[in-house]
Write a protein that binds this ligand. Structure first.
Ligand SMILES: Nc1ncnc2c1ncn2[C@@H]1O[C@H](COP(=O)(O)OP(=O)(O)OP(=O)(O)O)[C@@H](O)[C@H]1O
Ligand SMILES: [Mg+2]
Length: 165
């Protein structure tokens, strides 16, 4: 699958990218491509911007709660206007047990958007149409964000640097 690369030059750009994607999911703009029940799998460096990006997704879903990583719990849930956000971070779960896999499975439904940090830990449990996003540390303020292209390119390429909302 082709990969699109975006250079984010500060945390706000990363948040904005997430927000745009969140909005697209709510709008159902891409029908079979993004939708409720969508899973977003986030990979890559510590401090790569996965949680920042998730903050953006939340904003795009109309969620104004502060997003903090679910470090000591399996997941955090936030109610959105149309879709809810289920946020996972599997950094501490190298080998997911059955409870965790069931929890993940049960959350994937049309009213939820599932975001998974350290998704490589649950790679084999991800749905086929998962959108995979990799975060690479380039330098202090710069990150390279790679998105496995599901026809998202046209919309997302418009996000940076023009959309400052
Ligand atoms: N362009 C950028 N995009 C995102 N974050 C950036 C950027 N430049 C600097 N940062 C900083 O990098 C850090 C990213 O942290 P964040 O918690 O989002 O990373 P993470 O990928 O979730 O890490 P972890 O694997 O520990 O969960 C933040 O402190 C943020 O301010
Ligand atoms: Mg994080």
């Amino acid at each position: 699958m082709p990969i699109m690369k975006i250079l984010s030059k500060n945390p706000e750009e990363t948040i904005r990218l997430g927000k745009k994607l969140g909005k697209m999911i709510v709008a159902g703009a891409m029908h079979q491509t993004v939708h409720g029940g969508q899973v977003l799998a986030l990979y890559g460096d510590l401090g790569g911007g996965k949680t920042q990006f998730t903050k953006g997704i939340a904003l795009g879903l109309g969620i104004s709660d502060n997003i903090v990583s679910p470090t000591f719990t399996i997941r955090r849930e936030y109610s959105g206007k149309k879709l809810n956000l289920l946020h996972y971070d599997f950094y501490r779960f190298e080998k997911p047990d059955q409870e965790l896999v069931e929890n993940l499975d049960e959350g994937i439904s049309p009213e939820n958007v599932t975001v998974i940090e350290w998704a490589e830990r649950v790679e084999k449990y991800l749905p086929k149409d998962t959108i995979k996003i990799n975060f690479k540390y380039i330098s202090e303020g710069v990150r390279e964000i790679e998105i496995e292209d599901n026809n998202l390119e046209a919309i997302l390429s418009a996000v940076i640097p023009t959309d400052y909302t």
